[in-house]
Design a protein around this ligand. Structure first.
Ligand code: FES
Length: 77
């Protein structure tokens, strides 16, 4: 899967968001339906953003706090 070893930073606005968790989206950090088309067995992470600010969205697939980056990409082997 085309996960990356760094988060995607996005200046987010309040609202319900669907973030890619499969690594295949062409519109990261958002889900574009690729998980279904490619039958990854994954589904997007739904999240309600309440505060407008910059967020680091996990793109390595190992965060323990999805959809947000928790630094786990620095610990990947
Ligand atoms: S495209 Fe990755 S979860 Fe939907």
């Amino acid at each position: 899967m085309p996960y990356e070893d760094s988060p995607n930073y996005v200046d987010e606005t309040p609202g319900t968001k669907f973030y890619c968790s499969c690594g295949e989206s062409k519109n990261k950090p958002y889900c574009d339906g690729s998980h279904d088309r490619l039958k990854t067995g994954k589904s997007p992470t739904q999240c309600v953003i309440e505060t407008a600010k910059r967020y680091g969205i996990c793109d390595c697939g190992t965060t323990k706090n999805p959809p947000f980056c928790d630094g786990s990409h620095t610990k990947k082997a």
